[in-house]
Every structure is written in C-alpha cells, then in structure tokens.
Design a protein around this ligand. Structure first.
Ligand code: BG6
Length: 484
C-alpha cells in the first residue's frame, strides 16, 4: 500500500447490519487517516429500514468509535429499499448519480454486500436489471462477504448468478484472514528469503499444524451457526486459505491470477477422504458449559437460537494430505474451535530431526519448529537446539524470535487493507471462483462422511483446549499440538 486510491463511491447493501459500524466506517476512517485516499469516499447505505440520512448517521454515531469516524459519517447518505425488489434499485441508482454529481468525479463505484447471504442472488440480479454493473464513467466492482454459499452446489450457483452480471475481475470475494499482516507475511517469508524455500518440502518438513483458537462462543449468531458450524464458518475459508499460502508453489509473479493459480492447485491436490475414512482423519466437537477467563459460560446448546439437542460442531480438527511432489506423505493438521482456553492463531512447521544423533542426551531436544503467530501476539519463532554454557555438552531448545512490535508501526487493520485493494482493483488477497469451489469440495466430502457415518460432535468443556480426540489425532501419529 503506497499509491493513493482515487476517491470512489462505496455503496453498502445491507448497511444497517453490524458490519458497517464495526468494520466499514472504521476502515474508511483509517484509510483517510493514513492519507491513502485521494478525494472523497462517501458511503451510500442501502437497506430495508425506513431511515433518512440523518437518522442513519445518528445510529452510526452511537456505535462507531475511533478517530475520523465523524467525518466519514457526515458524508454518509442512506437509501431505504428492499434488496429483493428490483423497483427499489431505481431510487438507489438515482441517489448514486446524485452523489456523483455533487461530490464527483469518482474513480468508480464499489458495491459492498453486507446483507444476509440468502439475499445475494436477488441482489446480483437486481443490480444487473438496474444496469448498475455497467462501467459508465468509472469502474464497477462488487465485494462479497462470506459465507460464499453453503456447499459446493450453492457456491457454484452463486458464482453463476454473480458472473452473469459481473466479470470475474470486477468481483472481490472477501476472506478477512487474507488482509491480516501476519497472513500476508507468509508469502514474504517464503518467497523473499533464500533460506526457507529449499527446506519447504517433504524432504525436510515433518508436518504442519494450523490452529485458530477462539475463546468467544457463538455470541448472538446462534441462528447462523446452527446452519454453518465450525467446518463451514472457519475451515472452508480461513484455515484452508492459510493452508494454501503455506503449501503453494512459488507463483511466476506476485499478481492476482498467478497467486490464485497456485493456491487453487493446492486445494485440488488435497486428498478427499472416503466416507469410511472420515472418522479417522477428522474430529468434531461441541462446547459444553465451562469457564472462560474465570467466568462461568453456558454450553453451546444453551446459547440463544440453538436447538437444545443440536448436533452442530463448534470445533473441528482435520488431518489433510496434499498429494503432490512437494508434500506427499506430509500431514497437515488443522483445527479451530470456539470457547477454547485462549484466543490464538498459529501455524507451525515442524522440521525433521537431524539424521544422526551426535551428542549425548540429544534425544531430549525437540525437532526444529518454525512458529508463525498470526494473532494476537504477532510474530514468529524458530526453535533450535543450543549448547548450554559449561564443560558438559548439554543441549537445550532456544527460540530465535521476531515480534511485529519491532517495527514500531501500527498494523493495518484487515478491512482497511482489503477495502484499499478493492478500490485499487487488486484481487490478490481475495478468493477466485475456482478457489472457493475447490475449498467447498473438501468441506462437502467431510460433511458427507459425517452424515453417512453418523458422526456427531464430542463434547468438550468451555475453556478447555478442545475434545480429547483432537489430541489423539496427533498422538496416534506420535505428535502433539504445539499450541496448547
Ligand atoms: C469469522 C467467523 O469469519 O471469523 C467468526 O464467522 C469468527 O465465527 C471470526 O469469530 C474470527 O475472526 P478473527 O479475525 O477474530 O480471528
């Protein structure tokens, strides 16, 4: 991020949802503060509630915090309308033109889908019917929030609808993990340094772990979560995306298509387990009552809008194999869950032991592990064996560490980064059609196995590190999770 993005119109469909005040207004304010927008970037909110400009602004003022938010809110306007009704897009189109006439010229329009996924198809169609995708006097791009579909079939249908109105290069499918600094750094670490790439393969890597642990529960999203579960909510997108960045081949160039080409190859190389194998390579869990940070919390089944006999998983662990020359026989263990003992996301690459044991008691050393801490304590460490000072040869594991704090710079918020990229037309950190579909293919296969074999979730107490079966998944292979 260095060149300024030219001012544009940000049209938020579903503007009364919490994304606008939680993420979008703060992101616009952040980009302004950083001096990254050249010209105005007004928000045009569109949603069903009957509000006028001032009452919408008032709501935002009540909920948005942070420097510069007032200025962004002052430039925000609102159009009431039903996103499912084509007629209501006439008023929207008129208002967009008005704002352009008053505050323009703009580089273009960014439509941002912050509406419930069940409305997506209607929105695509209605934008098309009102010709709002046509690039008259500037770009027209669309940002689509997750979840993108519910399974492979629905994702395909959604892609078909979307791409019958917009071209792929106008589409920006969000996965906010890709906007995180530490996630972007994976590619820099791998491909801007000479020392890692030669080791980054089955000859030297023993296995890889990707853990995304959350301490929060499902909060007020019980209804959505009952449909989604951890596999769809986190694994299909964030964790599989992290996996692609760790496992992909070096792209020919750092541009969107080349990066996507390599990522999709990884997803397609994942071995799809047969239904009878699914119980061996997956773990499903659901949190029961427990304690998180010293506070008693209810179990998943007691959360609002959750069925008292729900079989939905709030935790999932997978053992995946990537069938290609680089990774054959190297297991990738992925796990994510809610109401765990901590909030932490981490990737660790465990290397193989030295081929010869030269020193006494060397067996006490752990193998070298490169740990990439995605959040909240951002940084990385490489553990190595070292000699403890003294006459005897005594070995101990020590960490070579890097902490993001070293830069002394505030980190760019993921949504700022992604909004900026969408405004400048760079889709590298978004997901392409084939990528989303390939990820669903993996998820669908696992789901089908769970269904066919009637695999329900194991209960784990809130505040624990997840179901025991997740530990056994690794113990069975003589390994253990690094993030405890
Ligand atoms: C969202 C999921 O995509 O990511 C949530 O829907 C989850 O369930 C969230 O809590 C986690 O994001 P982050 O950035 O807090 O790790």
């Amino acid at each position: 991020m260095s060149a300024k993005a030219r001012g544009a119109l940000l049209c938020v469909l579903g503007a009364t949802g919490d994304l606008t005040h939680r993420k979008l207004v703060p992101a616009v304010a952040g980009l302004r503060r950083a001096g990254l927008i050249d010209g105005p970037l007004p928000i045009v909110g569109f949603a069903r509630q009957q509000l006028d400009d001032e009452s919408f602004r008032q709501r935002l003022r009540e909920t948005v915090e942070g420097d510069g938010a007032d200025e962004v809110i002052a430039q925000t306007v609102y159009v009431p309308g039903d996103m499912r009704r084509a007629e209501d897009y006439v008023a929207l189109a008129r208002r967009l033109e008005q704002v352009e006439a008053e505050h323009g010229p703009f580089a273009g329009r960014l439509y941002y889908l912050a509406a419930p996924p069940s409305t997506y198809t209607d929105i695509f169609r209605n934008l098309g019917k009102a010709d709002l995708q046509k690039e008259q006097g500037g770009f027209r791009r669309i940002v689509v929030e997750k979840p993108f579909g519910h399974d492979l079939e629905s994702a395909r249908a959604l892609n078909r609808e979307l791409l019958s109105v917009f071209r792929e290069d106008q589409v920006f499918r969000i996965d906010h993990y890709l906007g995180k600094e530490t996630v972007q750094n994976i590619l820099v670490l791998r491909f801007a340094n000479g020392i890692f790439e030669p080791l980054w393969n089955r000859r030297y890597v023993d296995h890889v772990q990707i853990s995304v642990a959350e301490s929060i529960g499902v909060e007020h999203r019980g209804k959505y979560y009952e449909e989604a579960g951890a596999l769809r909510d986190m694994m299909q997108n964030h964790l599989l995306q992290l996996l692609t960045l760790i496992a992909m081949e070096p792209p020919v160039a750092f541009d969107a298509d080349q990066v996507h080409n390599e990522k999709v190859k990884v997803l397609r190389a994942i071995r799809l387990p047969a239904p009878s194998d699914v119980s061996r390579v997956t773990v499903r869990g659901q949190y029961g009552p427990g304690e998180v940070a010293g506070k008693a919390v209810p179990g998943y089944r007691d959360e609002p809008d959750v069925r008292p006999d729900s079989q939905q998983e709030t935790f999932v662990a997978l053992k995946l194999q990537i069938e290609n020359w680089r990774w054959a026989d190297v297991p990738f263990y992925l796990r994510t869950g809610k109401r765990l003992n901590r909030r932490a996301s981490e990737i660790s690459v465990q290397f193989q032991r030295a081929p010869q044991r030269l020193f006494p008691r060397e067996t006490r050393l752990q193998p070298n592990v490169l740990r990439l801490r995605i959040q909240p304590d951002e940084g990385m460490t490489l553990s190595v064996g070292a000699k403890v000072p003294g006459m005897r040869i005594e070995l101990r594991d020590v960490d070579m560490a890097f902490d993001y704090g070293t830069f002394g710079k505030p980190r760019t918020e993921a949504y700022e980064r992604l909004l900026y990229d969408a405004l400048t037309g760079d889709s590298t950190l978004f997901t392409r059609r084939d990528e989303v579909e390939a990820a669903w293919q993996v998820v669908d296969t696992i789901e089908a196995g769970w269904r066919q074999e009637e695999i329900g979730p194991d209960s784990y107490p809130a505040g624990s590190s997840g179901p025991e079966a997740a530990d056994e998944l690794l113990h069975h292979d003589g390994r253990r999770w690094h993030l405890r």
